[in-house]
Write a protein that binds this ligand. Sequence first.
Ligand code: GLY
Length: 349
Amino acid sequence: MEKGKVLFGDNGFDTLNDYLNSNESLSKIIVLADSNTIEYCLPPFLQKVGKLINYELVEIDPGEEHKNIETVISLWNTLTELGADRKSLLINLGGGVLTDMGGFVASTFKRGMKFINIPTTLLSMVDASTGGKTGIDFGNLKNQIGVFNLPEMVLVSSQFLSTLEARQMRSGLAEMIKHGLIADKKHWNSLNNLDNLDITSLDSLIKQSVAVKIEVVTQDPTEQGLRKILNFGHTIGHAVETFYMNTDKMLFHGEAIAIGMIAEAYLSTLKTGFEMEDADKIKEVILEYFPKTAIEKKDFPAILDLMKHDKKNVSGVISFSLLDDIGSCSYDCYALPEETIEALEYYME
Ligand code: GLY
């Protein structure tokens, strides 16, 4: 099977069982999970993966604050103690923090061991677990250290979502909205009429989102160009997320990206000729799902400053991916600091 393939539901579990059966050369199987996924996701996962009898369970603390080099060092130590080698397999069972970090640990341990992602949050199903980005935060900057490396496979099963809190579900919804806005108008239209985030109706929406992501990353796996469109909403969104990290206004990733998409839709009207009417519609729809965060004007310069660390920047110039139309996005767009401030003001209006 080609690396990085995304499998869905029960068929996906069949393929995973076949993979485990036919890979008797795997020297060791290690399941990486956090205390939440051990409680809620490991039991149903083990029920579906009958062939997983001899495995080691490694637990990490949940949360973005643990997505750092200290946790990575402790995981490298654990893998060493367990006698893991290049023929071992790491199964990452968790959300984006866990699959990003587990992927990074597996990619760097002994120059690389195999890994499989089993995303357990909506956000990681539609975005983080797919496409081969692995990594950790560094200082207060998100995903600053990492490598591109595809998992053996990604298995998306919406059954894990039944225990996910509403705020986490909304966080994933933001990335799905992004997929519609950058590449699939029909998907955007379906998402802007949702009555609720009902798990049963989510399956096809998740598949549509994953299809957008796969289409983009297949064309540009290492983000030399096109893949940057997946960062629509993220230049401003990441900066806002970082600004409020470890404060009482801490935002989930998707909540910050929702702010970023509204502001960057406005920026698009200044830079690409995107229709103001469409930017207003995006704002209206997103604010229905995501209550407005009060960003104080005095904090705008600090937020702008954080954008200088965005990974898309070249020679310190802040780069954006901006909408040309609903369903179409350009990358390598540049905006003046005052235009970016204006976009934050538009969000707050
Ligand atoms: N999360 C954006 C990407 O995978 O490129």
